[in-house]
Design a binder for this molecule. Structure first.
Ligand code: DAH
Length: 361
């Protein structure tokens, strides 16, 4: 049997040699393991010794036991400390690096409002439709019941394009409104249908409230028994959602558009308090859009039989909506690409319009 000194020596050496928790555990079990630990075994033998022998061995053995336990816990702390040091060494941060990059730009109010309008009409079952910005004279005018001699043509301040349409030989134009998308949508699908068409339009005009390029959104709903009442309800729903108010009162003013019969311009009840618009109350009226029941000639041009189908249509100026909702006084600044203006009126990229979130928050 090993002498107590040799026992002490060999266990202290293997504890000192351990360089990980696993190795330390092996060394600990060699000494104190319940069955095969050498110190445990010696301790259990004490009971069988005669009293004289025990009196001599027991204190020495206990002393060795304490010494080894202290050595184990000291080694354990040493290994833990070293592990922390290693971890810190790997997870360092260079505080001299520049801060995280912040995007310079923001979402343009026109984009924001377009998304808002689309979200509202999508909720009412309207699909988004598109058409080209360079449009044939036929789609922009004739198909919309505006024949060449019609005075409405003059009102549109049209930009003509030198290359004419290769099929018809007619001049091409920069579309003066989004209404031609009505015809394209009718050609592309069968009724019943509900579409909205947002996009750029062009007219040769420039002052505080007019720019040569601006944005409209067209709406069209066709079914067998659609009336002005459906139009009014739809527009009221839209105004409540868009201006984020409980109640919106609309006034239909008789008007004339060649592509609708009857036609109405729609005003919204509002008040101006210290230059800020309040919708739904007050004694002012704000003109916000043109609308009406689709003219039978327009349905025909779209390939739809006006004896079986009818519908309503409307056209809204998106830029004007943005000016009203967000208190922007001058339309021209929308297109001057001044980053300071955008920082003031723009929207953070994560402010995605949604009906449940409140559109603009
Ligand atoms: N296209 C018209 C414009 O640019 C707006 C408009 C009025 C569109 C009445 C419509 C409508 O669809 O029914 O002035």
């Amino acid at each position: 049997m090993k002498s107590l000194d040799a026992l002490r020596e060999s266990h202290l050496t293997s504890i000192a040699a351990a360089s990980s928790h696993d190795e330390l555990e092996v060394a600990r079990l060699a000494a104190f393991g319940r069955k095969s630990g050498e110190i445990s075994q010696r301790l259990s033998q004490l009971g069988k010794m005669d009293p004289e022998q025990r009196r001599e061995i027991a204190p020495r053995l206990n002393h060795i036991k304490n010494e080894l336990q202290q050595a184990i816990s000291a080694k354990k702390s040493e290994i833990e400390e070293r592990e922390i040091e290693e971890q810190i060494g790997q997870e360092w941060t260079d505080i001299t690096l520049p801060g995280r990059y912040r995007a310079e730009g923001t979402i343009h109010p026109v984009s924001q409002v377009t998304e808002e309008v689309i979200a509202i009409f999508a909720d009412l079952g309207f699909e988004v439709a598109e058409g080209p910005q360079i449009e044939s004279d036929w789609y922009n005018f004739d198909a919309l019941n505006i024949p060449p001699e019609h005075p409405a043509r003059q009102e549109h301040d049209t930009f003509f394009i030198q290359n004419s349409d290769s099929d018809t030989g007619q001049p091409n134009v920069l579309r003066t409104h989004t209404s031609p998308v009505q015809i394209r949508a009718m050609n592309a699908a069968k009724p019943p249908m509900r579409i909205i068409a947002p996009g750029r339009v062009y007219r040769c005009d420039y002052d505080q409230t007019h720019t040569p390029m601006f944005h409209q959104i067209e709406g069209l709903a066709i079914d067998t028994d659609i009336s002005m009442a459906h139009l009014k309800w739809t527009l009221e729903e839209f105004c409540c959602a868009f201006f984020e108010v409980e109640k919106a009162e609309l006034r239909f003013r008789a008007s004339h558009f060649p592509f609708t019969e009857p036609s109405a311009e729609v005003d919204l009840r509002c008040s101006w308090e210290q230059g800020r618009l309040k919708v739904g109350e007050g004694s002012d009226w704000l003109e916000i859009l043109g609308s009406g029941m689709v003219h039978p000639n327009v349905l025909k041009a779209g390939g739809i039989d006006p004896d079986n189908w009818q519908g309503f249509a409307f056209g809204i100026g998106i830029d004007r909506l943005a000016m009203l909702k967000y208190g922007i006084p001058d339309l021209r600044a929308f297109f001057e690409s001044d980053i300071r203006w955008l920082r003031h009126y723009g929207f953070r990229p994560l402010d995605v319009p949604s009906l449940h979130g409140g559109l603009s928050r």
